[in-house]
Design a protein around this ligand. Structure first.
Ligand code: ASP
Length: 439
């Protein structure tokens, strides 16, 4: 059995619902469907969830939100009518509007209704069972999910083999109040459902044919990554585009359930497979899984003669940062020098105080800070124990005249990370991509 989750753009209009039905019919194992609220139909369109938040804000400020609410209602009524369904949702919509105007609905309940109506319509369209997330996604008061209780409840509610549609994004607090995940949280609902039902695969359907090897705004038409491990994904998503909600990894990883990212608009593409490890190497010549990065880092660097023989110099530097609540990303070092690399935004406000405290407490011979640094990461599980990869990376960058400001390789050899000037960021990614991928 497969759990399949469809994101907002896959749920945007009746045409998308039809595509989903085709996708489900193509594989009878696709039995449990988790849906997002209707997303954008075109670039300038609005996501229903955004409109719901907007509606709530109106009411908070005492402004009438009928216009916005009616946009939301008509998106769903249009989908229903286009699909020729006779599901009376007007009553529920009217009731919701009434309660909203009377300030009787919480923000979380209101914004969860996007998923709720999506699931109602999809269940009716497919002839599947509607299983409300409020009946099984159980939060504790601290906002974490009680997985065991939730899994148990879902197993109790789903009629196996029949087909079920579940709204994503929300669940219920111990006191019965609706509680939502953070934005993009339908991914988590899908992962929880997959884990609860011991699915063979968790398919996450979106509008790209998998996780791309590089940011398409930087590299023209980058290839999709066919296979990626959870560890690699974590490295990639730390600094790159978010494909999956971060918290959606844990439930499926725990149960060793592979995740397959697929494209609703190109169902023939195999997408990206995410799992713990891969035994067979489908593409032995592909050493780099993906290239990612972020701009706007700062490097605080210091030298202190004889530092290598002194105990605790680095600790003093880190103590200062800890006191300011700042976490460090990388710590490249030499014999008598050490640097800390961290996002500029984190130190900007207290920079001079921090520098003064480091000077006072660690007493370096020199202390500098450099801004406008971009960090680029080449991620790939197959780089480990393979000589020559970093040579190739740095040769390619050198040939393109890109100066490297910092180098860091994790001991697990899962990635090679380097810093360049912000203005070389995009070029560095393109150079790497072109030297590893297209050749
Ligand atoms: N609709 C929610 C959001 O826009 C949840 C989701 O789609 O995953 O964040």
């Amino acid at each position: 059995m497969k759990v399949v989750k469809f994101g907002g753009s896959s749920m945007a209009d009746a045409g998308q619902y039809r595509k989903i039905r085709e996708i489900l019919m193509a594989d009878p194992e696709r039995k449990v469907v988790v849906v997002s609220a209707a997303g954008k139909r075109f670039a300038a369109d609005h996501k229903i969830t955004d409109l719901l938040y907007l509606c709530y804000a109106h009411i908070q400020y005492g402004v009438d939100c009928s216009g916005v609410f009616d946009m939301i209602a008509s998106r769903y009524l249009d989908i229903r009518d286009d699909l020729g369904l006779d599901l009376p949702i007007e009553g529920e919509l009217y009731d919701l509007k009434q309660r909203l105007n009377d300030k009787k609905v919480t923000q979380e309940e209101l914004v969860s209704r996007g998923e709720y109506f999506s699931a109602k319509l999809m269940a009716a369209y497919l002839g599947f069972q509607f299983v409300d997330a409020a009946d099984w996604v159980k939060f504790r008061f601290d906002g974490t999910v009680d997985k065991e209780a939730s899994y148990e409840a879902l197993r109790h509610h789903v009629i196996m083999g029949y087909g079920a549609v579940i709204p994503g994004f929300y669940g219920v607090m111990p006191d019965g109040a609706i509680h939502t995940f953070s934005r993009g949280g339908s991914d988590i609902t899908g992962a929880l459902a997959a884990a609860a039902l011991d699915a063979a695969v968790y398919e996450n359907w979106t509008d790209v044919s998998g996780i791309l090897m590089a940011d398409p705004r930087i590299v023209d038409d980058p290839q999709a990554i066919p296979e990626v491990t959870y560890d690699e994904l974590r490295e990639l998503s730390y600094s790159g585009a978010q494909v999956l909600h971060e918290d959606s990894i844990f439930p499926v990883r725990e149960k060793n359930i592979p995740v397959n990212i697929r494209n609703t608009n190109a169902p023939e593409a195999p997408g990206t497979m995410i799992q713990e490890s891969f035994t067979e190497d489908s593409d032995p010549d592909r050493f780099i899984t993906g290239i990612t990065g972020k701009k706007d880092f700062s490097i605080i660097s210091m030298t202190k003669r004889g530092m290598s023989n002194q105990v605790g110099v680095l600790q003093k530097v880190l103590n200062v940062l800890v006191r300011h609540g700042i976490s460090v990303d990388y710590v490249p070092n030499g014999i008598d020098n050490v640097s800390v690399v961290l996002p500029t935004a984190a130190i900007e406000k207290d920079l001079y105080t921090i520098m003064a405290e480091i000077q006072k407490e660690a007493e370096p011979d020199s202390l500098d800070v450099h801004h406008q640094i971009a960090v680029v990461a080449a991620v790939g599980r197959k780089m480990a124990f393979r000589p020559g990869i970093s040579g190739k990376i740095f040769a390619a960058l050198g040939e393109s005249g890109i100066n490297i400001r910092m180098i860091n390789q994790g001991p697990d050899e899962l990635n090679i990370i380097f810093g360049v000037d912000n203005h070389d960021f995009k070029e560095a990614i393109r150079v790497l991509y072109n030297s590893f991928v297209t050749k």
